[in-house]
Design a protein around this ligand. Structure first.
Ligand code: SF4
Ligand code: SF4
Length: 93
């Protein structure tokens, strides 16, 4: 295996590990207050984003307010908080 392939595998592992920290509670997308229009609740009670691959940018909440979707890293680094964030797997990392 080439160094490039090993590096790509390492990146993939890191990305999977990072994504696995999310419990899909939907809290950072407003599940407990005024959710983003793209937040969907599954039959298992978990939430997902219907536009995940192109999620970043301006959207609306279900009540019609403008809402900016940013990477969770950015929210954490800015010290943001949101209802339900005490259960977020990324807080405190
Ligand atoms: S667009 Fe962003 S804020 Fe809206 S549901 Fe998707 S991830 Fe959450
Ligand atoms: S609050 Fe944290 S655990 Fe819940 S959906 Fe958002 S990133 Fe995932």
């Amino acid at each position: 295996m080439s160094d490039l392939n090993r590096y790509n595998d390492w990146l993939t592992c890191k990305s999977v590990a990072w994504e696995s920290l999310c419990a899909n509670c939907g809290a950072c997308c407003g599940a407990l207050e005024d959710p983003c229009e793209h937040l969907k609740k599954g039959s298992d009670g978990k939430f997902s984003c219907e536009t995940y691959e192109s999620r970043f940018g301006i959207h609306h909440t279900v009540s019609g307010k403008l809402a900016k979707c940013v990477p969770i890293r950015e929210k954490i680094s800015r010290g943001e908080s949101w209802p339900g964030d005490e259960h977020c797997g990324y807080k405190g990392r």
